[in-house]
Ligand binder design. Structure first.
Ligand code: SF4
Length: 177
């Protein structure tokens, strides 16, 4: 399998009624034992509740892959929390940002302004913006989204894992006490 979807936490400040995680029994999810993948997608819950841990984990996965398998891995973070994006961006290949609330949009607009002012922080990074229609409507029309690849989103029931991906978790899921 070339792609790993890696669950690092089940905690999330949002409580979306259609959250994929409502349909998963995480106790049954296998624990990751190696990182011999071409692509790793770090997901939750909300991984950017733990930006420092994401940075450390991403560097560790990259180094382990080079040492053990002598190939590069692309690492992406899936998040709805824009505040931590600039912290983790130097450590990952890209961000898939999906706002789920008005507060998420406010944070996103701040981060987007920062990227506009200092575009070098996003050089050679993949920035993807997934927008549900109600979130898209909250973004002012004159917002410069040129750094982002935008995808219109709809909720998909039970969020099936694509056939070319494995879904695993870290040994100890991250928790804020
Ligand atoms: S932001 Fe994502 S992980 Fe959090 S509750 Fe909503 S759908 Fe679930």
């Amino acid at each position: 399998m070339e792609k790993l979807r890696l669950l690092v936490t089940t905690q999330c400040p949002n409580k979306c009624p259609m959250c994929c995680n409502n349909s998963w029994d995480f106790d049954k999810l296998p624990v990751v034992k190696h990182f011999n993948y071409k692509e790793v997608m770090i997901t939750g819950g909300e991984p950017l509740l733990f930006p420092d841990e994401v940075a450390i984990l991403s560097d560790a996965i990259r180094n382990a892959n080079m040492l053990a398998y002598n190939h590069e891995v692309s690492i992406f973070i899936y998040t709805a929390l824009a505040d931590g994006i600039l912290t983790v961006l130097p450590h990952v290949d890209g961000v898939v940002y999906t706002p789920h609330s008005e507060k998420d949009i406010e944070s996103f607009l701040k981060t987007n302004r920062a990227i506009g002012l200092f575009p070098e922080v996003a050089r050679n990074k993949s920035l993807r913006l997934n927008l549900f229609a109600n979130m898209k409507a909250l973004i002012p029309e004159n917002t410069d989204l040129s750094h982002w690849q935008i995808k219109d989103m709809v909720w998909i029931k039970d969020c099936p894992v694509p056939a070319n991906e494995e879904f695993k978790k870290v040994g100890n899921l991250w928790e804020k006490i």
